[in-house]
Design a protein around this ligand. Sequence first.
Ligand code: CO
Ligand code: CO
Ligand code: CO
Length: 307
Amino acid sequence: MGFDGADDCAVVRLGQGRLLLQTVDFFTPVVDDPYQFGQIAAANSLSDIYAMGGKPIFALNIAAFPIKDLPKKILVDILQGGADKAKEAGITIAGGHSIDDKEPKYGLVVTGEIKESDLITNAAAKPGNILILTKPLGTGIISTAIKKEIAPQEVIDQAVESMTALNSAAADLMLKYKAASATDVTGFGLLGHLGEMCRASRVSAKVEFGKVNFLKDVKRLAQDGIIPDGTRRNLDYAAGFTSFTPSISEVQRLMLADAQTSGGLLISIDPERADEYLKEFNGSSRISAFIIGKIIPRAKKLIYISG
Ligand code: CO
Ligand code: CO
Ligand code: CO
């Protein structure tokens, strides 16, 4: 696939209608617990395969670690978290590479596959489609609160549960209910990734702020000024293609732009199948998916946010 649509994976034709999917992601710790960090990094890396409707086949580790300055047990725990998450996804980690580095970093190279007729890109959203998001927002704001050591334990627990959750069920149901288009919500936030989908699909989107779910305490933390730099940069960028109703406050705009780690899938789907998708997903998942708005014909701005 070309570079125009900024899609989640590299896609290579293997012949006979089969496609190879390839992706790589790694980052610095977003939580203090090394095992949970490994789980989150692996779930995040796998997510790009799921965002295209694909099935992972196997993965490789990428790790950076200050081997002279930190106990080796921490690295072992990070890798164990990744291995357990890969196992949950039904794949093995077949190898990898690590380097000595000041700050720990971890992630996976993931290889996946999909039938060409099943491939879901971010370039096929149609006016009239409903927009579904499969995880609440706010992990960037909460990760910043964790770094400042002001996040209550129950808030951390809820964010970790969301970030470690695989997007595999969300992907299976996209194929079952024939989603038109999808991407996963990660570093560029909801506005950034929705903007990419709209640009690639030549459409616009309407989102109701009141329909968007956030993790516990995100609003309070954002009001207290706990905003990651990446989230501020995301809003600066998204402001160029997003129209906000004046009643949407600066804090609410930042919440919508929050840089996510291991976020949910953003799915564009025929309105006749959106409710069935939600019913089946929410009946089987601990995390609830929800409708945030709809796709409209291409308008002056890519995104319109109402209250
Ligand atoms: Co992605
Ligand atoms: Co990615
Ligand atoms: Co090597």
